[in-house]
Each structure stands twice: as C-alpha cells, then as structure tokens.
Write a protein that binds this ligand. Structure first.
Ligand code: SIN
Length: 527
C-alpha cells in the first residue's frame, strides 16, 4: 500500500498531525491495537497553557525548566510555552469542548511544580478522551485508520539512507508492506516495561526500538518519570489518581496520619513528581502504606468522575476519604531524537509525541505538558510536510520476498520477567550494581542479536517482547552512563541532587529572577 504520509500510532500527536495535513494527501494511520487503546485517550490531567490573568508563557517556561532540572532545550521550551495558549484556543474554536468557569473562561486547575493555575481540562478528569473523541469525529476524508497492525520493521533505502516505508503484521499474521515518503512514529513511550505503570497495555517502546534498529539517534532514555499516585491495592497498581487531586487539596499521608512530604520540599505535596515518588517509595519500602487524603475536597465524585469509577471498580470506598497509592512509571522524557519539526536523524523518518525526544521535557516533564507537546509537534510537522513536493520513494526499488528465520527466539524472556527486573534494577531508585546486573541479564537474553534479528516470522506478541527488551536495554545502558542524579533519573550511588538544597536554590533563583530573567523572557516572547 502507498501513502503520502504514514503515521504509526493513534494518540493526540498522530491525530493532530492527520487533522492538519493537506486534504489532498493520502494519509494512513496504522495502530497496533484499537484507536482508543492508548495513553492519550486515558489522560486524566489536562493541557498546560498560560491562559490565566496573572499568568504568562515566561512563567510556564521557567516552571518547565525547573521541573526538567535544566536539562531541557530552552529554545524548544520557549517555543512550546509561547504557542500553548493559541493551540488551546484554536482547538476550542474548532469545537473541542473544555471545562469553563462560571464566567465562560477556561477553568484552570493547579498541578505539581506549576507556579500558576494553568491546566485546562475536558470532562473533569477525562481530558484525553475529550480531545481524542473530538479529533476522531472530525477526521478528514483523506485519512484512513487501520487497526490491529503491528509495524515490526522500517524499510530503509540503503543507497540513500532514507526511510521509505514499513512492514506490518495484521492479527491474522499476514505481512503488509506500506510505502511512503513520510513515515511518522507516534507510538508513545514505554511505560509497560515496568511492573507498576499508569500506561495503556499497548505502550511497549515499539517506535523507539524500531527507530534504533534502523540506526536513528536515540537520546535521554535514562529519564523515566514515575507518577507518584497510582491506585495501589493487593500489591497491584490499578490506574492513575491524577495530580489534579493534590492540586485541589489532596494530601499524602502515611497509615499513621503523618504527612509524607513534610520538610522534604518547599512545594510539599505538589513538588516535582520524582521528589514525591521517591518519598512515597521510601515509605512503602519501610512497610508503611501511603494514602491520598481527599477528605478536604468538596464534590470529589463530580469533579473526578474517572477516578471515582476506577476506585469503585476496584473496591475502594471513597467515603473513608483515603485512597491507597504507590508510584509507577508514567512518561519517558527521552526517545527518538528529533528537531522541532519532528525530523529524526534518518531522512523520511519522523517522530512526534512521547516517542520523540525534542528536548522540551529535560530530565523530568512538567505535569500536563505532554498532550500539549503532542498538539504542538503534530501541527508543526503537518505544516512542514504540507510544504514538501510529492515523490515516489520506492521508485525503481525491488523487495525480494525472503522467508527469514529468527535464530534467537528461545532467548526472549517473559513480559513479567522484563517488568519485574526493570522495576527492581532500573526503576525509581537505581544503583550501579542493579544496573550492571540488568545489563548482564540483557546480554544473556542475546540483546545484541535482537537489535539486528529479522522479525518476520515472529508473532505479534513475540515481536512486542523483542521491542520491550530493546527499550529496556536502551534505558539501562543510558542509566549506567549517567553518573549523577537528575530529575527522573536517581542513582543512589550519586545522590548529588539533594532535593532540599535544589528546591531551595530553585525557589531563591526564581525570586531573584522575577525582575530580571522573567522580564527578559517576556520581552523575547513579545518580539
Ligand atoms: C495527571 O493527571 O496527574 C497526569 C497528567 C500528566 O501526566 O501530565
């Protein structure tokens, strides 16, 4: 099959790209599951944008850098935060309904590490569903969605070094070849590599593994964000409890009522996510359960209908006012390295959304910046592709049909083993010993061969496990090399990022910069 633009994945970045592409282009979206089974659809928390009367993109910019521990690409952050208000207004004008206050302005919520209320929500705590449903019901005629196709190989023109399409397998095991001048990976991150996660079951690092196998540059894989509050019952993580709950006054307490965050960070319960996650992790390690005390939140059930449903489905009685929580993997800051148009190091191959590493998130993503990044990059890439001449990338090329045999199938570990080992050795708190143990295990699973192996004769489930193994390797390898603690990457053997010290320094620098740096950034944005 041929397409002008081939998009792999069906989250907010993918659908925004499809919506903004010229309508004379033939666009195919391939998704390995169903179109609504993804992280964007499940996103409870909203979209950050400086829309409040006292807010300004310069403040959003500073908050993003602070959460990202200044590992961010500051030009990218400036561009993202400046564009945010108009992206929201544009989507709203197109007909996407966000929550409004009694005056008819956007109802703006608060989340961790934000200095202002700037989170736009849809349907209370179902923002992702609101946006995706809107985009699907307004899909252009030139866009065709094919579900249940796993892309397992990128096709590279060896002479030109460019990406010219993909090979995918459908649920009947039939292999299809798709040819396109623009192949876009919008496959999300790799949350399912961990035992505890907020992510949809489809989020297994596929795009990153595909890109790496094809020789694309990958960056910052050691920076994994663990969300502090997943519903935790009987040793299992059962769904996200949005940070917006703490934004509305929810407090983290131990089973004996002690506030978990007391004295740990100036922002308390709304400190950056890695700080809160580590505090909860330490408490759980000592055998002390942690709860989110929601007793002070009025109208909890109507404000948080999705969370109410998750709790009720899992037998958590909200009238007691306490939700048991544990941290779990939530977001990958790294990924396939791209510029601010989504272009990777391979011509013809692009990445957008969580699969991409544009540098906006640095070492830790600020809450509600991810749907925003999807909207931002989807639109920018569309504008760029819309200006490109059409071409036939496979002209003159032949594709011999070869029956490959994968030589290393037996070395693939189970999904459970990958998840348990990643949580233990490359999780919230990492040590050199744990990481080296993980690398040795990956070598034993013949990781070097999996990076090159032909995957044609693997089932969808086996190919997915191979991708998980490759993503696990990229995370572990990067984590071994980063001998410091920073944002989502915490090494117990290099605990240089003292939270108390860093928190104080950030607050101080923020105060002293208010008259200086803020004004400079404001002026830069204004021009
Ligand atoms: C949340 O609602 O806590 C998650 C939002 C996000 O990750 O940005």
């Amino acid at each position: 099959m041929n397409a002008d633009v081939l998009i792999i994945g069906s989250g907010v970045a993918a659908l925004q790209l499809a919506k903004k592409l010229r309508q004379d282009l033939n666009v195919i979206i391939l998704t390995k599951s169903t179109v609504k089974n993804g992280n964007s659809y499940m996103a409870q928390g909203g979209i950050a944008a400086a829309l409040g009367v006292n807010d300004h993109p310069s403040k959003h910019y500073m908050d993003t850098l602070e959460a990202g521990r200044f590992h961010n690409d500051s030009d990218a952050v400036l561009s993202l935060t400046s564009e945010a208000p108009s992206l929201i207004k544009e989507l709203n004008q197109e007909g996407c309904l966000f929550d409004m206050d009694s005056e008819g302005a956007f109802a703006l919520g608060m989340e961790g590490a934000h200095s202002e209320s700037r989170i736009v929500h849809g349907g209370g705590d179902s923002t992702g569903k609101t946006v995706i449903d809107f985009m699907l019901s307004n899909k252009n005629q030139n866009v065709r969605i094919m579900e249940n196709v796993l892309v397992f190989q990128l096709l590279i023109n060896e002479t030109e070094g460019s990406c010219i399409g993909v090979k995918g397998k459908d649920s009947n095991g039939v292999i299809h070849r798709f040819i396109s001048s623009h192949v876009v990976l919008a496959t999300g991150g790799c949350g399912q590599l961990y035992e505890y996660t907020s992510n949809a079951d489809s989020v297994t690092g596929d795009g990153i593994a595909l890109a790496y196998r094809a020789g694309a540059e990958i960056a910052d894989m050691e920076f994994i964000q663990f969300h502090p509050t997943l519903l935790y019952k009987d040793g299992k993580a059962l769904g996200l409890i949005s940070e917006a709950v703490r934004g509305e006054g929810g407090r983290l307490v131990t089973e004996d009522g002690r506030p978990v965050m007391a004295g740990l960070h100036p922002l308390g319960d709304l400190a950056p996510r890695h700080v809160v996650s580590q505090a909860i992790f330490h408490s759980l390690e000592k055998g002390k359960s942690v709860f989110l005390d929601i007793s002070s939140i009025e109208n909890f059930k109507s404000r948080f209908p999705t969370i109410t449903k998750i709790c009720e489905q899992n037998g958590v009685d909200l009238s007691i006012g306490k939700i048991p929580v544990s941290p779990g993997s939530h977001f990958l800051m790294g990924g396939i390295k791209t510029d601010l148009l989504g272009r990777t190091s391979i011509p013809g191959l692009y990445a957008i959304g969580e699969a991409a590493c544009t540098g906006v998130h640095g070492a830790n993503r600020l809450a509600s910046n991810s749907l925003l990044e999807g909207l931002y990059l989807g639109k920018r890439l569309a504008e760029w592709i819309n200006g490109q001449p059409s071409s036939d990338p496979a002209k003159g090329l032949t594709f011999p049909e070869t029956a490959f045999r994968c030589q290393v199938k037996e070395s693939l570990p189970s999904v459970e083993e990958i998840k348990l080992r990643m949580m233990k050795n490359a999780g919230i708190i990492k040590t050199k010993e744990g990481l080296l143990d993980q690398l040795a295990w990956l070598k034993g699973c013949k990781i070097e061969e999996w990076i090159k192996a032909e995957l044609d004769d693997l089932s969808i489930e086996e190919a997915t496990r191979a991708f998980m193994l490759i993503a696990a390797y990229l995370i572990t390898n990067a984590a071994v090399r980063r001998t410091e603690s920073r944002g989502g990457h915490f090494r117990q053997d290099y605990p240089f990022e003292s939270h108390e010290w860093l928190g104080k320094r950030i607050i101080q620098s923020r105060k002293s910069e208010k008259g200086g740096k803020y004004e400079q950034i404001k002026a830069a944005i204004a021009t």
